[in-house]
Design a binder for this molecule. Sequence first.
Ligand SMILES: [Zn+2]
Length: 198
Amino acid sequence: MTTSQKLDDLIQALRLLPGIGPKSAQRMAFTLLERDRQPAKRIADTINTAVSEVGYCQGCNNFSDTPYCLLCCNTKREQDVLCIVETPADVSAIEQSYGYNGIYFVLMGHLSPIDGIGPDDINLDKLAKRLQTQTFKEIIVATNPTVEGEATAHYIADMIRPSTIKLTRIAYGVPLGGELEYVDGGTLAKALAARDTL
Ligand SMILES: [Zn+2]
């Protein structure tokens, strides 16, 4: 509790952000209101604009200001290889790896019955429509190697399998520069199962 109800409201609002606890939220709120309030106004305006104007790409469901995003419009990308990921952050991570030149579909989540998130909540209808309107030579399911990510991958596989599209799942393994004795058993077992010719 501070000396201002409106300031308390701001602190509570900032706590809605991931990874922000009460102390951090308080510090951010104080910083926003101390002295020069111009940066705070800029942040508020930018959030308002983004919230009302950033939409979803009709091709990949990633965030976009235009009907189709830059990646979907890029003719240098392999437009017949589709990588399905959970979030826009996953697209950024894969793009930064420079190891992929196809296009994406962003689910904006994963199946999680415990949180009440079912197939209707992760844009699978949009994905199904996408698969009906375009032919792909390969679909890579790159959901996270978590319980929810695996469940989502299985659901998508069941959805796609009746067709003859080549369906793959990203491999898991030992991190580059890592040492085997520090890798968990599950990852090591997966790495052994997915071993490659030397
Ligand atoms: Zn797109």
